[in-house]
Design a protein around this ligand. Structure first.
Ligand code: HEC
Length: 326
């Protein structure tokens, strides 16, 4: 978009330059602002060239060199009789340049982001036209698949929703719509679609991947891990990445079982939410907490009215840490 604007400005500037002699009265003094204009154009280009890519960048760089040369060799112009030939030539060059830039920068097809993706976009457009023309499920699917591949999400959603209208049981469409809903942040609906799809076609790896992502986003680490494990089971390709995700979710699940939550789940009922005491004695400030070994004994074996509380080593450790800080 930015590049488009710049080139439009450049084109206009060029036209203005070329047409300048034709416009308005000729004034030998003060100096015509040609040099300023070149400088201005150069600084605009210098600012913008970093953001450009590929063909556009080349063109911009070439133009900069041209401008620098023009500035080096610049002399205050001597008033001379009007000669239409250079004007016509300049106009031709500017037009050519403009057309070239137009061709490469302006009419972007939907889903197209850079010059190199033009072919893809054209192909997508053809698939879209065909699907819209025939309205056949397989044409819509072909369009949706391609759009999904080139990450033209809007089009993919449109195509797959259209498939669902014609064939509500099409599993691929259900799954992909679920994925697209998830990408759009609509977790509840996405979950429904993905669950239906994975139930109907448990071999579809991508469905498991996104279902896992979805659960993870909802904070349901256990369900996320299960879904990602299914992904690995059915031979999903992004093995390493998903294994990483599983490890991360596991570590997080572990971390969430910190001492406070263990205390709240297993002790607070009798000893109070803040250890202030209840059925059981006050623990806050209780000197027994200085002896973690004793507390461990009491917890695991129970004492008097207090029943044993079976805890895993990991949980017990974080619990003791928490109690030490009470
Ligand atoms: C069902 C109620 C109950 C639960 C659950 C419970 N306790 Fe107790 N706790 C008691 C009672 C009652 C006593 C007093 C036991 C006695 O000495 O007769 C006690 C005693 C203790 C004592 C000894 C206190 C002292 O000063 O002698 C510690 C330490 C303790 N509990 C820690 C815990 C921890 C940690 C948990 C959680 C893992 C826990 N308790 C869970 C009821 C409970």
């Amino acid at each position: 978009m930015m590049a488009t604007l710049i080139f439009l400005v450049l084109l206009l500037l060029g036209l203005l330059l070329a047409l300048r002699p034709l416009l308005g009265p000729k004034e030998p003094f003060p100096e015509p602002p040609r040099r300023e204009e070149l400088l201005r154009e150069l600084s605009v280009l210098q600012e913008e060239v970093a953001a450009l890519e590929g063909e556009e960048r080349k063109l911009a760089l070439a133009r900069m060199v041209e401008l620098e040369r023009a500035l080096e060799g610049w002399r205050p112009p001597e008033p001379r009789p009007f000669n239409p030939l250079p004007v016509a030539l300049a106009l031709g060059v500017v037009l050519l340049l403009g057309v070239g830039l137009w061709r490469y920068s302006l009419p972007r097809l939907p889903g197209e982001t850079t010059v190199t993706q033009r072919a893809e976009a054209r192909e997508l457009k053809a698939l879209q036209d065909k699907a819209r023309r025939t309205g056949a499920v397989e044409d819509l699917l072909a369009w949706g698949r391609r759009a999904y591949e080139v990450q033209a999400w809007d089009q993919a959603a449109e195509a797959y929703l259209e498939v669902l209208k014609k064939d509500p049981r099409n599993v691929e469409a259900v799954r992909r719509v679920g994925i697209l809903l998830f990408m759009g942040g609509r977790l509840e609906e996405a979950e429904m679609f993905l669950q239906i799809a994975q139930h109907a076609d448990p071999k579809a790896a991508e469905g498991w991947l996104f279902l896992g992502n979805l659960y993870f986003q909802k904070g349901e680490n256990g369900a996320a891990i299960a879904a990602w494990e299914r992904y690995l089971e059915v031979g999903g390709e992004a093995r390493e990445r998903v294994e990483g995700l599983i490890a991360m979710a596991k570590a997080q699940a572990q971390g969430a079982k910190d001492g406070l939550s263990v205390y709240q789940a297993r002790c607070a009922l009798c000893h109070g939410a803040q250890g202030e005491g209840g059925v059981g004695p006050r623990l806050k400030g209780n000197p027994i907490l200085k002896s973690p070994e004793a507390v461990r004994e009491i917890v695991l074996k129970g004492r008097g009215q207090m029943p044993p509380v079976p805890l895993g080593e990991e949980e017990l450790k974080t619990l003791l840490d928490y109690l030490a800080g009470l």
